[in-house]
Design a protein around this ligand. Structure first.
Ligand code: BES
Ligand code: MN
Ligand code: ZN
Length: 508
């Protein structure tokens, strides 16, 4: 989808559809709200008439379609709720609702009346960015395996009108930057949505190599022989049960400044998680094709960093393996030696994410001496129990890094909640046979014991762990509670959040 700005009024362009926002409180006023008044003429006074008969309430998620006197166009009025609870997130959702409402309705171009989405804490720039996010993400569909498509909006123009035309240059820049980030999210979704027969570890390596050529980042792929030499016993153990061998993929974006920070971003890339010998129940096992979402988010983050020419150097590490049961699979009771030389007692082959990450985290810290390391992983079912499927868990003993990520989370609308790691959790993952064990004898605080496990492999480097088991993919049963820009399937969660964090680092 193309997004840009247009200095004219929304009605001046001959777009297939025009979108205007409407606040709820305005329903109590007598006069037609300014935003609606601007476009009413195009509808031949239908908006004013609908307003009079109290058809337009401005409630959130309410989209009302009006036909204009120009036969190829129409006006969509989208509810924004009360002014008091208005935020950029409201705009993001509203834009997605408009694009969704136009799906399969023969509308290729959309003109958005910016002024009607600017109020209180939401500046013109904030609204323009949120419209960009909502439209691009809300318009996304995974089409690879569909033989037909209903068609959706392909071009969005954010119309400034007299009120905002003087800010044209700044707004055009903000929209272009956000369109790049949002495009990286849908690019990530397209890979994360691939099923496990296609998205093998080697295929993810090919995607990384192609990205390297496209945006000019260095890509190194370690195959099973090299992983053996390097001592990456964790990734090898988890990948041992599959005919698709494991890979560790490293991407290096050099950064925009000579002496910038180095941030390592490490992702869990289990292309399918059957649980292995500790096999999972059949129900919803298909969703375990999304168990690579952390690693694919790393690809998307590196892509965004390179396209936006961000200041920090970014090292991406993807720990890719397929967790299947077979005669060559690792078993409960096995002890594996990892890159850091620390040993892991395997008590449950379904706690495989932490096993592959032990190599990736230690490798990143040892080889690149980063200023900080952030990992993204669909790590535990306990994360979904604790925080649900709309929010991720943030485990981060370093207050500065945590604050930066929480800021980025608030700015992007990708919610995460900070959770603790204490000595209680650390003790629970100590092993009597090896250094650490990958599971505990009783199920308590599963998200936190997993984090306490990972902490053993980052040394003293400031580290943040994002458990994205819930928000990495949308599920049909909770879909109506989710924002309209989160489609079913892979969401690309974490790309906007971590990219924002990297953007903010460049400024400080
Ligand atoms: N990939 C799963 C976690 C998961 C569960 C992601 C549900 C998305 C939705 C992970 O590898 C796993 O199986 N974790 C186990 C760990 C346990 C065996 C210690 C879990 O959470 O049950
Ligand atoms: Mn598992
Ligand atoms: Zn898993």
């Amino acid at each position: 989808m193309k997004v840009g700005v247009d200095r004219r009024d929304a009605t001046a362009a001959s777009a297939d559809a025009i979108a205007v926002g409407l606040f709820e409180s305005e329903g109590k006023e007598d006069h037609l709200p300014a935003g609606l008044a601007r476009v009413d003429k195009a509808t031949g006074g239908q908006l004013a008439a609908a307003w009079k008969r109290k058809e337009l309430r401005g409630k959130r998620k309410e989209v009302t379609v009006f036909h204009t006197t120009n036969t190829r166009s129409r006006v969509l009025v989208v509810g924004l709720g009360a002014r008091g609870s208005f935020s950029a997130e409201t705009v993001r959702r509203a834009a997605a609702e408009v694009v969704r409402a136009l799906k399969g309705k023969g509308a290729r171009t959309l003109a958005v009346h910016l002024g009607s989405f600017v109020d209180g804490p939401v500046t013109a720039g904030g609204a323009a960015r949120a419209i960009t996010d909502g439209a691009v993400l809300g318009g996304y569909e995974f089409l690879r395996y569909r033989t037909s498509t209903e068609g959706t909006v392909e071009e969005v123009a954010v119309h400034l009108g007299d009120d905002h035309a003087p800010e044209e240059r700044g707004l055009a820049g903000e929209v272009a930057e956000q369109a790049t980030v949002a495009e990286c999210v849908v690019w990530t979704r397209d890979i994360a949505n691939l099923p496990a027969d296609t998205a093998t570890p080697e295929r993810l390596a090919e995607e990384a190599r192609a990205l390297g050529k496209e945006v000019g980042v260095k890509v190194t792929v370690f195959d099973e022989k090299q992983l053996q030499k390097m001592g990456c016993g964790g990734i090898l153990a988890v990948g041992g049960g599959s005919v698709h061998p494991p890979r560790m993929i490293v991407l290096e974006y050099a950064g925009g400044t000579r002496r910038g920070r180095t941030v390592a971003v490490v992702g869990k890339g289990i292309t399918f998680d059957s649980g292995g010998i500790s096999i999972k129940p059949a129900a919803q096992m298909s969703a375990m094709k999304f168990d690579k979402s952390g690693a694919v988010a790393v690809l998307g983050i590196v892509r965004a960093a390179a396209l936006l020419k961000l200041a920090p150097r970014v090292v991406g590490v993807m720990c890719c393996a397929e967790n299947l049961p077979s005669g060559s699979a690792y078993r409960p009771g096995d002890v594996v030696r990892t890159y850091s030389k620390k040993t892991i007692e395997v008590l449950n082959t379904d706690a495989e994410g932490r096993v592959v990450l032990s190599d990736g985290l230690a490798y990143a810290v040892d080889q690149y001496r980063p200023d900080e390391v952030i990992d993204l992983a669909t790590l535990t079912g306990a994360q979904v129990i604790a925080l649900g499927d709309a929010m991720g868990g943030l485990m981060c003993p370093d207050d500065r890094l945590a604050a930066g990520l929480l800021n980025a989370s608030a700015a992007t609308g990708e919610p995460v909640w900070r959770m603790p790691i204490t000595d209680y959790h650390r003790d629970l993952v100590k092993s009597e046979v090896g250094d650490v064990r990958n599971s505990t004898e009783i199920t308590v605080a599963g998200m936190l014991t997993a984090a306490a496990f990972l902490e053993n492999f980052v040394g003293t480097t400031p580290w943040a762990h994002l458990d994205i088991a819930g928000p990495a993919h949308g599920i049909a049963t909770t879909r109506k509670y989710q924002p309209a820009y989160q489609n079913p399937g892979a969401t690309g969660f974490g790309v906007r959040l971590v990219t924002r964090y990297l953007q903010d680092l460049g400024r400080t």
